[in-house]
Design a protein around this ligand. Structure first.
Ligand code: PMP
Ligand code: GLN
Length: 381
């Protein structure tokens, strides 16, 4: 073996990979890793088949122009925000890439990047790889995973380069309100702090509520990278395609990084999605679609010992098992996968310092049969 220092000595394989592998090994219903248990529409499949003829070479580095325009048009329709498709939109190979490039194009060694735990697992390692220092603030389950704005204000230092935002939130399903945008804007006003906003679940918000993108607040928009993904919106997590929306000066820096990471994203996918995006009903119906699944899943736990936490958006349901077991969440998730054959995600892995909560995350982007069968097994505990 060649002596080689690990660049990520503390980093392990992601919990999603681990739990999906364990689910497969034990033949468990996989409600762990967040991906739909059903196919994308036949219309989208047909578009991809159509565009796979004659579109098999590199796409332009920042994205196929008609696709960037379709993304800008969707943003205009959905948020009432007009973007310059040629200067403010970049097509990427999934939001994971968008997050990585956004972090790496602005974080210098020693810079602090604030994130709110439980935080999606891709943020911290990307900051560290850039030489930055992740600063983890905790959100409290008892408080509905709300952000403590006073604590955030106290945490900001001259070294704060960026704040990571994520609404609808993975893993908790909490969402931001207009007041949250206002509170963040008030704190960053007059500073050079950038915002990296992970909005991959922008089209999955329940109970008639609305998604408040940072794009909607001028103070935030001028300093934000907004990371989006078609994986969640069109049931195509395997296509790995998304976008980054940012003002021109940020987009320029973002694209300098993107050109070295993937250069460009798959061309036929871009043409297919460009056409598909033109029909708004394809994403406008998504909240209702998932709300029905959330409610179906939840109804199966009525009268059980599981305590369901509110899920306002995303396709995740967090459930407290305090009355069922005193095991650690990691141990329980593993045991349930092996014994009753239902896989979930333990919440503690999304914290720098886990608060000792007894919460598992279940993905309800599954067929009704799978959801009911999983619930049936879980309520018997
Ligand atoms: N951010 C969050 C909060 C996610 O849940 C996911 C994936 N599920 C991503 C980013 C990554 O998205 P993509 O699959 O498009 O890379
Ligand atoms: N975002 C998905 C989840 O939260 C997983 C994505 C991945 O496995 N990288 O489950």
């Amino acid at each position: 073996m060649i002596s080689f220092p690990s660049k990520q000595a503390q980093v392990q394989t992601t919990i999603f990979t681990k739990m999906s592998a364990l689910a497969a090994e034990h033949g468990a219903l996989n409600l762990s890793q967040g991906f739909p248990g059903f196919d994308c529409s036949e219309e989208l499949q047909a578009l991809l088949a159509f565009y796979s003829k004659g579109h098999n070479q590199y796409a332009p580095m920042a994205g196929v122009p008609v696709f960037k325009q379709s993304i800008a048009d969707k943003t205009s329709l959905f948020y009432g925000i007009d973007l310059d498709a040629s200067k403010e939109v970049t097509v990427v190979s999934g939001a994971t890439e968008a997050l990585f490039c956004a972090i790496h194009c602005c974080v210098f060694p020693g810079d602090e990047v604030i994130m709110f735990d439980p935080s999606y697992d891709a943020y911290d390692p990307a900051v560290r790889l850039a030489g930055g220092i992740p600063i983890h603030l905790s959100m409290d389950a008892k408080n509905g995973f709300q952000i403590d704005w006073e604590e955030l204000a106290r945490t900001i230092t001259p070294k704060t380069r960026a704040i990571m935002v994520n609404s609808p939130h993975n893993p908790t399903g909490s969402i931001w309100t207009e007041n949250d945008l206002e509170a963040l804007a008030e704190i960053v006003k007059g500073t050079n702090i950038l915002i990296i906003s992970d909005e991959v679940y922008e089209h999955i918000v329940f109970d008639g509520q609305k998604h408040y993108s940072v794009l909607l607040h001028p103070e935030l928009r001028q300093r934000s990278f907004v990371c989006g993904s078609f994986g969640k919106t069109y049931h195509i997590t395997g296509w790995k395609i998304g976008y980054c929306l940012a003002p021109e000066y940020l987009t320029k820096e973002f694209q300098k990084l993107h050109q070295w990471v993937t250069f460009s994203s798959a061309t036929p996918l871009q043409y297919a999605l460009s056409d598909y995006l033109k029909e708004p009903s394809h994403y406008l119906g998504l909240s209702d679609f998932y709300q029905r699944k959330r409610d179906l899943f939840a109804s199966a736990f009525e009268g059980s010992k599981w305590k369901l936490l509110p899920s306002h958006g995303s396709f995740f349901q967090c459930m407290d098992y305090q009355e069922i077991s005193d095991e650690k969440d990691v141990d329980l998730a593993e045991r349930l996968t092996k014994e009753i054959k239902v896989a979930s995600i333990p919440i503690s892995v999304f914290y720098e310092k886990a608060p000792g909560d007894t919460i598992l995350r279940f993905c309800f982007a599954k067929s009704d049969e799978v959801l009911l069968e999983a619930a049936h097994r879980l309520v018997q505990l």
